[in-house]
Write a protein that binds this ligand. Sequence first.
Ligand code: NDP
Length: 329
Amino acid sequence: MEYRKIGKSGLRVSEIALGNWITHGAQVDDTTAKACVHAALDSGITTFDTADVYSETMAETVLGHSLKGIRRESIELCTKVFHPTGTGQNDKGLSRKHIMEACHASLRRLQTDYVDVYYAHRFDPTVSLEETFLALSDLVRQGKVLYVGVSEWTADQIKQGADLARELKVPFVASQPQYSMLWRIIEAEVIPACEQEGIGQVVWSPLAQGILSGKYAVDKPLPEGSRASTTAGSPFFERLAGQWLRKEVLQAVEQIRPIAQENGLTLPQLAVAWVLQNPQVSSAIIGASKPEQVKENVKAAGVRLEGEVMRQIDSILNGVVDRDPNKTG
Ligand code: NDP
């Protein structure tokens, strides 16, 4: 494993992190979840990503159990607030009330006294940014949150947040957007804005939810146990299928396979290595339904891809890459 600083902060993270959306507390049993977490730790991953909303709060609980006994200082534990965690009118969003209550609930479920990076999971247009950043600032002063991040905010929203963070002396250091060979919408606006503010990218779905593993094939049934087959009928599946389970995307991905092989990599490793070529990326958050996937994908750490390899990938994927910054969020 290699380690990078998030933006201009002093916080070091593993360049590959493990996240537990869809998996822990839902798709995989707790024993498998723990095995994935321990495969990550054994591979040098120190950074773990979750959110209060994942699996209706169960993902945090499972991660807390899986990390029991691990020295707290040896890992970076990151979670998020925004999406509803209950039916009450204040059980969502970025109001002071919900941020404070959500943070305390996350700390209980994760069995820890503090989180390393606390993300505003989406922008909340119904609450003033002052209220949100003042609440985050208080959590920082209380030592319950060490650093602050945002997820899927536009460049303008990030700039406004950064201005307030400066004023309130809040360590706003991370942006958590979706980024992969297929989804490059942050390149035009979010990355330049963050670079100017010293904010690093901790990117999600580097494998485009498994599409870039090459296991989904045109005209073949969905692989048994895969994310696409296990989420079938849910909104998660609609999003995955709508974005990428299309002939032209799957055929383009298949054409990348020889490039991976020529570079001594598997397709999943090439996909993770690709996002890590961007110096503004501090960490790539992978997901895994099996410990073997963690063991395979972490081998992307430290891989350097030549400019010619990046150009070959671009020319193959050109017609299926999304670059529209208006799709943020
Ligand atoms: P990936 O793009 O890495 O997809 C992970 C999935 O791909 C796995 O669960 C597995 O699914 C499949 N896979 C992984 N490795 C392999 C392999 N070697 N061979 C075959 N299949 C493989 O990331 P995720 O979409 O899971 O997102 C990662 C993390 O990012 C989340 O856990 C979460 O922490 C964060 N995230 C943040 C969001 C935000 O709004 N801030 C939104 C979404 C995610 P399977 O085996 O089931 O097919």
